[in-house]
Design a protein around this ligand. Sequence first.
Ligand code: SF4
Ligand code: SF4
Length: 458
Amino acid sequence: MFIDHEYIYKILEETKNPSNEEIKEVLNKAKKREGLSYKDIAILLQAEDEKDLEEIYSLAGQIKKDIYGKRIVVFAPLYVSDYCVNNCVYCGYQRDNKFNRRRLTMDEVAEEVRILEQMGHKRLALELGEDPVNAPIDYVLECLDTIYKTQNANGEIRRVNVNIAATTVENYKALHEKGIGTYILFQETYHKPTYDLMHPKSIKGDYNYHLTAFDRAMQAGIDDVGAGVLFGLADPRFEVLGLMMHNAHLEEKYGVGFHTISVPRLQEAKGVTLENYPHLLSDKMFKKIVAILRIAVPFTGLILSTRETPAMRKELLKYGVSQISAGSSTGVGGYKEREEGKETKQFKTNDERSPIEILKELLNDGYIPSYCTACYRKGRTGDRFMQLAKSGNIKYVCEPNALMTLHEFTLDYGDKELYDKAQEIINTEVESIEREDIKSYTKESLGKMKSGERDFYL
Ligand code: SF4
Ligand code: SF4
């Protein structure tokens, strides 16, 4: 198995209390983009000195700026079914929790999508529990059809990332054929003894089957996969090294590693308290981990959800997060319920702001909020995406796409304050686009959108 537990324990032991020199040496290597070894990453993970941490944050911020520019991609989750045959100890949907479960009908899915579109969303993450009887693969495929074909006014969902349980090559092929964006699956914890404890007597309890899900997805032709760990279950240093080993395995075997990594922290949920979790992640360690991931896998998007507070999200954007959710509801049918004032949630969220409020803050902080879905629609997935990212050229399409999708958003949604703020930034940024052909395409598209056309991208 490619998560070598003994090796991880060994290097964590060997790299305890690293000196300032050792940390500097690793950071210098990272600055030269030389690629870090597991041992290098372990050294950074054990840095405690404030000065060293500041250097880690500053390098992470620099790498983020160089690769992604100022754009921050915005998306929302869509929960369609809370049926689940598993009993994950940390999750409100665990099968022993007794509550009225449901899956949305296609009319209800369409209703949720309409509400999401009215918020301006273009990119969704489809979420559901594992239940081969109540929510089989055909149900997921039907949901995808419904989402893509539900349009209202100028609203349309252009990319759906899918988070379903580990499954077969055949099922992944069916998902691939439907045109999904990224296939997302969190390992939850790479630490097998903890994994076994957290997933008692269930399909998901098979650590190896879960761990090899991306192999099957890639064999089925899905080349953008998004990983994640639920921080708080096991030693976070172990989890980061586990993520790196998983990523390296995919790179070696399929030529492309993770497209994204999500960094959720354990939250309270129905029937789940935070007692008895000795590895809960402190804010300090969390920031360090986000920065180290940015340094270790510069070309992998980092995703943060509304589990975190606005203040924490603001801080982590500086060190490496490149995608955030906004206006999220984490319950099945939650968007409609929210409109009716009776929302239920899968877990506790801490950022309840609307997308418009979040966009305003992003703009105030110098970012360009982006509803871009271009890469997957242009066929820039898997190694084609990585080539563009590694050549340093991705930001030349990310930023213009961010400007065009932001412009589109402010024409269709938002208020005057957002429109004015966004226009100011769009007008300045468009002038700083280096390539003349890209600059003129962007300017032309911005103009065409004012006359009613939509959906321009590079
Ligand atoms: Fe089911 Fe997923 Fe929750 Fe586990 S984490 S109980 S598989 S919904
Ligand atoms: Fe993402 Fe590609 Fe759009 Fe950049 S251009 S924001 S990488 S989809």
